[in-house]
Design a protein around this ligand. Structure first.
Ligand SMILES: [Zn+2]
Length: 193
């Protein structure tokens, strides 16, 4: 279920309340995980953020912390292996440098081609690993940006919950995996669907 919360004043984002149980499975609240959304405005020289405190059971929190296993790890492993495999032939096939300044060129060339191949291969492997892992980590896993894109955008995903700040619309969009929790959330915060 997708819920959009308007934020009329970006300098005063509302405090959202979550039901006192796990956002993903509805189980007991064992810990709270945080999501920070940057509102893109400043107040007294400080960036204004919206803090979401999201309750989770220990099983789901552990799962959330292990999500790198199906995102970052496959990206790095596949990227490194393919990068090295490509590096060797690319270095050997590279035109030789003829002056002392360009003697190292084959290594630069091989390194660059290897890195590009590694990033592409790593992203492809990560993409498919996520699809395979979705039954275990939840459907929202596929919404997470790929590692290579993730360096550019803020992470705002947890197991069972995806949060996005929509700058133009001046709103926050929350997507819940668990319909029941989403329903309780709208009631708690007096929102309309
Ligand atoms: Zn849970």
């Amino acid at each position: 279920m997708v819920i959009t919360i308007p934020i009329p004043d970006l300098k005063k984002p509302p405090t959202l309340k979550f039901p006192e149980r796990c956002v993903n499975c509805g189980g007991s609240k064992d810990e709270a995980l945080g999501i920070t959304l940057n509102m893109g405005v400043q107040k007294r020289d400080q960036a204004v953020t919206m803090q979401l405190t999201v309750p989770m059971c220990s099983a789901c929190a552990t799962k959330e912390r292990s999500v790198a296993k199906v995102t970052l790890v496959p990206f790095l492993v596949a990227g490194l292996v393919v990068g090295l495999i490509v590096f060797v032939p690319a270095t050997l096939l590279s035109p030789e440098g003829t002056t002392p300044q360009t003697l190292g060129f084959p290594f630069v060339f091989g390194g660059f081609v290897g890195m590009v191949a590694g990033v592409i291969a790593g992203s492809v492997v990560e993409f498919f690993t996520k699809i395979l892992a979705a039954p275990f980590y939840g459907r929202l896993l596929s919404r997470r940006p790929l590692t290579i894109v993730g360096f550019l955008v803020e992470s705002d995903e947890l197991i069972g919950l995806s949060a996005r700040f929509l700058r133009k619309e001046k709103a926050v969009r929350l997507e819940f995996e668990n319909e029941e929790i989403a329903h309780e959330f709208t009631q708690l915060n007096s929102l309309e669907n």
